[in-house]
Ligand binder design. Structure first.
Ligand code: NDP
Ligand code: 2IT
Length: 447
C-alpha cells in the first residue's frame, strides 16, 4: 500500500475503533499527517504495520474507584491507565484528575506521550492515566482517601521497571505523596514507582519546575537562533498551575515580562508584570482562584472567561492550561498583535486550524510534545537517580534539563529540514519522535 493510502486507512481504523473519542482522533491525525515523507522513504514501516500497531494501546485499564467523603457517603469515580507503547522503556506518563477525564482524553495524552518521551532521548515508553475525580473543593482527607482507593487498584499494574506514573492536571506533590504511601503499604516496597516525589523520599530537584523551565529553555534556544532573547519581551502564559507558574518564573529570570495568566474561570492582566509570589501563594498554598490576584494588586485587571487572554498583546504566548484552549480566533488575535512565537506548555492546547493559521502567518510554533517535554525528562532523571539510590544537585539536574531541551530543539529543526518542511516544528517533532519508536518496534518483532 502507498504511504498515503496507509495513513488514510489507519486513520479510518482509529475512527471506527474509538468512536466518540475526539481528542484521541485529533492527536492521531496530527501525527499521521506528518508521516508521509518518512513512510515513502521507509517502506519497511508500512510492511510491518507499524502505524496500525502504534495507534493501538498495548493495554488499557479502566477501574472503579470507590471512596468515602467527609460525610461518610460513598462516592464512585472511574480510574484509567493506558499503557500505550513500551518500545523505548517502561510506560511513563502522568495521571490527570479532572472531571472532564474519559478514555478519549487519556488515550490522546498517552499517544502524545510516546513521541514526547522519545524526543527526550531517555529510555521511556508512553502511558497516561487518571480519573474523573475533581480535587477542587475536596478536603485533604477526601483527596487522601480517593488517592488510596485509586492506588489500591493501580498498584497491581505498575512498578519501577513496568510503568511509572507522575502528575498532570490536578495531580501534584500532595496526590503523589498519598499514592506513594499506599503503593508502599500494599506492595511493601520502597521504589521509584512514581515520579514527582517529595525531596525527602526520592524526588528529584528541578522536577517541580521542569516543565515550565524546559518550555522557556526551548523557546530561548529558538530565540537565540534568531539573534534574539527573552530580555524585554512581553509574554502571555495561560493557566496558573504547575506548568504556568514555573514558565513564568523562568521568563522573569531571563528578563521577560509576563503580563497575563489565567484559570478556567478567567484571566488577569497586570501591565506592570505578574507578581509571581502572589500567584504561588494563591494557587500552590491556598488553592484559590486567579481572580483574587486583582483584589490584592490594584495594577491588575480581572476578566471573566479564560479565552480572552489571547487578545492581550504579546511577543510570545505560552498556552499552559489544557487542550484546545487556543482556537482560531485566539490565533488571529495573536497574529494581529505581532506575536512571534507560540510554544505549547500544555498538551495539545492549540486547535489544528489555529496551529495552521499561526504557521501560515510565520509565527514560530513549538508543539507540546517537544516544548513541554522537560517535565517527563526530569521524571526520567528522577528514575535514574532512584536506580542509583542517589540525589543530584539542583545545578546538575537543571543543566541536564537544559541540555535535553536544546537537543530536542536541534532534532526537531533538523527533521523539519530533512523532510522538506524547514521551520515546521510540528512535522519535525512528529517525525523525530516517531522514527526512534518505529525502528525499535521493528527490531523487537511483532509484539
Ligand atoms: P495544574 O493542575 O497544576 O494546573 C492546570 C491549570 O490549567 C490551572 O490553572 C487550571 O485552572 C487550568 N485548566 C485546567 N483545565 C482547564 C480547562 N478545562 N479550561 C481552562 N483551564 C483549565 O496542571 P499542570 O500545570 O500540571 O498542567 C497544565 C497542562 O500542562 C496540561 O495540559 C498538562 O497535560 C500539561 N503538562 C503538564 C506537565 C507536568 O509536569 N505537570 C508536563 C507536560 C505537560 P483551574 O484551576 O480553574 O482548573
Ligand atoms: O504530560 C506530561 O508529560 C506529564 N504530565 C509529565 C509526565 C511524567 O511522567 O513526568
Amino acid at each position: 500500500m502507498s504511504a498515503k493510502n496507509t495513513i488514510e486507512s489507519v486513520y479510518e481504523l482509529v475512527l471506527k475503533r474509538n468512536p466518540g473519542e475526539n481528542e484521541f482522533h485529533q492527536a492521531v491525525k496530527e501525527v499521521l499527517d506528518s508521516l508521509g515523507p518518512v513512510l515513502e522513504e521507509n517502506p519497511q514501516y508500512v510492511d510491518a504495520c507499524i502505524l496500525e500497531r502504534i495507534v493501538e494501546p498495548e493495554r488499557a485499564l479502566m477501574f472503579r474507584v470507590p471512596w468515602l467523603d467527609d460525610k461518610g457517603k460513598v462516592q464512585v469515580n472511574r480510574g484509567f491507565r493506558i499503557e500505550f507503547n513500551s518500545a523505548l522503556g517502561p510506560y511513563k506518563g502522568g495521571l490527570r484528575f479532572h472531571p472532564s477525564v474519559y478514555i478519549g482524553i487519556i488515550k490522546f495524552l498517552g499517544f502524545e506521550q510516546i513521541f514526547k518521551n522519545s524526543l527526550t532521548g531517555l529510555m521511556m515508553g508512553g502511558g497516561k492515566g487518571g480519573s474523573d475525580f475533581d480535587p477542587k473543593g475536596k478536603s485533604d482527607n477526601e483527596v487522601m482517601r480517593f488517592c488510596q482507593s485509586f492506588m489500591t487498584e493501580l498498584c497491581r499494574h505498575i512498578g519501577p521497571d513496568t510503568d511509572v506514573p507522575a502528575g498532570d492536571i490536578g495531580v501534584g506533590g500532595r496526590e503523589i505523596g498519598f499514592m506513594f504511601g499506599q503503593y508502599k503499604r500494599i506492595r511493601n516496597e520502597f521504589t521509584g514507582v512514581l515520579t514527582g516525589k517529595g525531596l525527602n523520599w526520592g524526588g528529584s530537584l528541578v522536577r517541580t519546575e521542569a516543565t515550565g523551565y524546559g518550555l522557556v529553555y526551548i523557546v530561548d534556544e529558538y530565540l537565540k537562533e534568531q539573534g534574539q532573547s527573552f530580555d524585554g519581551k512581553t509574554v502571555v502564559v495561560s493557566g496558573s498551575g504547575n506548568v504556568a507558574i514555573y514558565a513564568t518564573e523562568k521568563v522573569q529570570q531571563l528578563g521577560g515580562k509576563v503580563v497575563a495568566m489565567s484559570d478556567s474561570n478567567g484571566f488577569i492582566y497586570d501591565a506592570q508584570g505578574i507578581k509571581l509570589d502572589t500567584v504561588k501563594q494563591l494557587k500552590e498554598v491556598e488553592r484559590k482562584r486567579i481572580k483574587e490576584y486583582a483584589s490584592i494588586h490594584k495594577s491588575a485587571k480581572y476578566t471573566e472567561g479564560c479565552g480572552g487572554i489571547w487578545n492581550v498583546k504579546c511577543d510570545i504566548a505560552l498556552p499552559s492550561a489544557t487542550q484546545n484552549e487556543l482556537d482560531l480566533e485566539g490565533a488571529k488575535a495573536l497574529v494581529k498583535n505581532s506575536c512571534i512565537c507560540v510554544a505549547e506548555g500544555a498538551n495539545m492546547p492549540t486547535t489544528p486550524d489555529a496551529a495552521d493559521y499561526l504557521i501560515e502567518n510565520k509565527v514560530a510554533f513549538l508543539p507540546g510534545k517537544a516544548a513541554n517535554a522537560g517535565g517527563v525528562a526530569v521524571s526520567g532523571l528522577e528514575m535514574a537517580q532512584n536506580s542509583q539510590r542517589y540525589a543530584w544537585t539542583f545545578e546538575r539536574a537543571d543543566a541536564e534539563l537544559k541540555n535535553i531541551m536544546v537537543n530536542i530543539y536541534k532534532s526537531i529543526s533538523e527533521a523539519s529540514e530533512k523532510y522538506g518542511a524547514k521551520g515546521n516544528y510540528i512535522i519535525g517533532a512528529n517525525i523525530a519522535g516517531f522514527v526512534k519508536v518505529a525502528d525499535s518496534m521493528l527490531a523487537q518483532g511483532v509484539v
